[in-house]
Structures are given as structure tokens and as C-alpha cells.
Write a new protein. Structure first.
Length: 96
């Protein structure tokens, strides 16, 4: 995120992919006002220290986790259901 703070955002109970390796910046998230250097990278502890972040989960993903239509093929039972009509990027309803 190219911003200096999280004042206008919230991140609650997301499921994030663990990087294959942390070769640059030693962080999962990037928060800085512009693209710079390693100073903007935030590790999991730093990210969870923001009041706008709560309940974040992390998982090692594999190429087999998504099918050819980019639909998840794993059990993502980490979250809770949110009422309302849910659609993916291509407009598909859950289970289609």
C-alpha cells in the first residue's frame, strides 16, 4: 500500500499468503508514502500492531490451491461468513 498510514483503511480477519522467502525487506506488507526501499516493509508483528488490523491469518499457499479459473481448492475455514450477495472477480457466486 503506497500510503504513510492506515488511517483510511481496515484489515480484519484476512487470509494472507506467506511469501516463499523473504529475500527483500523481511516483511509481508508494504506501507510507505512512495515506493522506496526496505523501510516500508512490515512483518507480521508490525502489521498486527496497527489498530486497523485485527485477526489476520497467514498460510503457505501452493500452486494447486487455485484451479484454472482461479477458484480456491482448499478449505478456508479460518474466516466467518459475511451476510450479503458475494461475487468473485468474474461475477460468479460461491460454489459456481
Amino acid at each position: 500500500m503506497l500510503d504513510d498510514n492506515l488511517n483510511h483503511a481496515q484489515f480484519l480477519t484476512n487470509l494472507w499468503a506467506n511469501p516463499k522467502h523473504l529475500a527483500w525487506g523481511n516483511g509481508w506488507h508494504y506501507l510507505f508514502g512512495h515506493w522506496s526501499d526496505v523501510a516500508g516493509y512490515k512483518n507480521r508483528a508490525e502489521w498486527s500492531g496497527y489498530s486497523q488490523c485485527h485477526g489476520e491469518k497467514y498460510r503457505d499457499f501452493d500452486i494447486t490451491d487455485l484451479d484454472s479459473g482461479f477458484r480456491p481448492q482448499f478449505n478456508a475455514s479460518l474466516g466467518t461468513a459475511v451476510p450479503g450477495l458475494q461475487r468473485d472477480y468474474r461475477g460468479h457466486a460461491p460454489g459456481h
